[in-house]
Design a protein. Sequence first.
Length: 313
Amino acid sequence: MDTLHAVRAGGITRCFGEVVALDSVDLDVTQGQIHGLVGPNGAGKTTLLGLLLGLAVPDGGRLDILGTPVERALAVPDGVAGFVDAPGLYPSLTARQNLATLAGLRGEDVRTAGIDDVLDQVGLTDVADDRTRGFSLGMRQRLGLAAALLTRPRLLVLDEPANGLDPAGKRHVHRVLTRLAADGTSVVLSSHHMDDLEALCAEVTILDTGRVVFSGPLNKLAAENRELDYRLRTSDPDAARRQADGTAGIRIVDGAGAPQDSEVVVVRGLVPALDELVAGLVRSGVAVRELAPVVSPLEAAFLALTEQRENGG
């Protein structure tokens, strides 16, 4: 048994008639890791999540989940939980009754199933006895997460878990997922919320039309893939401009996209060139107060992927 990986996928394919939803996809998710899935609509994210939850089986390739090979049957090992699209709830029941019903279906004693604990974890204690038909989208998402937590999963698979969440709800969900990963649970989540993925994920996989176009740590996107625009705020903007002009691989960006702030210079370059720029500023006695991407590396990669697709690339 592979004790280091919760998911190992090698060359998996999945077709719906003549439509190839997944085309030779490789995916490795380390135990205790939060792994993000990113891509335009129709990229294959939901199909891949469905395979991990046992809602479908691959047509080809090899898929191991929690050390167990997935065969040609709709089943996954114990310890896998989550939801695709949206959690299924009984609208006429309260949040607590929904969880009690799910626990009862699994043959558990509802008194010891930990219902109050998971409701508290996701921040729904105050509405535990309210009928879910009146819940907002964000509250339903949190209740779906609570339902998954009841099983004490070793692999948690979530599709857009931040949909409809207000800042407090998002904070609850982030805290839960971070704690689960620290305790050894692996999490695979799909989201269009780049800030959530950057805050949570150790690694990401970017899909486009069923194929993996990037997989690895987030910092590789900035280090290897493309130039990015960075906001540079210093104690001497004029000196910063002169230093940027004299640094190989750095260009000053003016006009569209540049902030209307005289203290900020927007520069474009790869990470090694930015490192050289910062070192030069420090040697010149110019204090660097901010250096941050205008658009995050993950969002930049996503936008580049989307633009390429729209342009027929």
